[in-house]
Ligand binder design. Sequence first.
Ligand code: NAD
Ligand code: UDP
Length: 345
Amino acid sequence: NYFRNDFKKTLLNVHEDRDALPRRSIQKSILVTGGAGFLGSHLCELLLSAGHEVICLDNFSTGLRRNIAPLKRYDTFRVIAHDIVDPIDLEVDEIYNLACPASPPHYQADPIQTTKTCVIGSLNLLDLAARRGARIFQASTSEIYGDPQVHPQVESYWGNVNSFGPRSCYDEGKRCAETLFFDYQKVHGVETKIVRIFNTYGPRMRPDDGRVVSNFIVQALKGENITIYGDGSQTRSFCFVDDLIDGFVRLMGSPASLTGPVNLGNPTEFTIGELADEVIRLTNSRSKIVRLPLPVDDPRQRRPDISLATKELGWRPKVNLAEGLAQTIRYFDGVLSRSTRENAE
Ligand code: NAD
Ligand code: UDP
């Protein structure tokens, strides 16, 4: 269990404050799409531990059954194998829409399916929210800002996005999803919440996820070359998963008037070269750094301005990069040792 008890307390407090009802009557039926993925499985775990009924819906394209296997111990947990591109009807009070591949190699592998997931998937879930009177949360992204010309990125910045490059299926899909969320709120009165997530890492990422933190850790632990794309001077700001999920439930439990978009991420910025050095230091690895070509449209710099989240949600990240990486390294060490043992048997 990666959650500390104070996260559970936060969740209960946020919901209790909102409804001012006794603990017993605040139980909700909550749909988490993409619930078998990296972020989704942590969110399901937190909601279940707070006593809610959770329906995890996933097409298992990048999600893993092993991420949610331990959650089967809750009799309030249900899993539905389904693709959000197809409509669905369920009785729910709240919806967290996390379904969508997040790693560039994964979302680019089938770009049309990625756009469909963002756009048609969001439409289907917004229809469900409108039908059931459910509050709905969208996992949007810092990619809304594209390769940003404003730094750090504030929610009021409109972004700098290519409409037909390799990242566009994701960036434009997520931008259109934000438009749909706002229009369902205006036209149908649906209660919507949008969070723009900045690079988040932690246990339960796939070893073959392809994003930078998991790539570097797996390479370092295996003693393979560490692959820096470009000269490593591009920057990202890395948020540990526990901090992010705490922000999710704070936003979902906030007054209806706070629709977002709200940036959530860790505002401490690192170059990719610095990240590689830190991973090598923490793993004591003998891996060498190699340089590979920089992918097309790779954003040069990224750092969230989190003033809005701090002011409205009382949220700020607590876990620094070294602590978060140490926990993530322990997780991958366990996964890699298990797979080595299984291969030997
Ligand atoms: P992930 O790939 O681990 O999880 C995505 C989950 O969605 C997987 O379980 C996958 O099987 C499922 N899925 C994909 N398409 C689906 C579909 N059409 N129908 C049903 N299920 C589908 O990625 P993650 O890092 O956990 O990201 C979760 C969400 O957060 C995504 O929407 C992503 O865009 C967003 N996000 C994440 C980050 C981050 O740094 N982790 C940053 C910005 C935004
Ligand atoms: N990156 C890298 N080596 C890798 C994977 C990624 O240097 O093995 C770089 C990538 O080019 C980008 C940054 O790390 O500049 C973050 O990439 P990631 O795919 O994690 O997320 P995103 O680009 O979506 O922020």
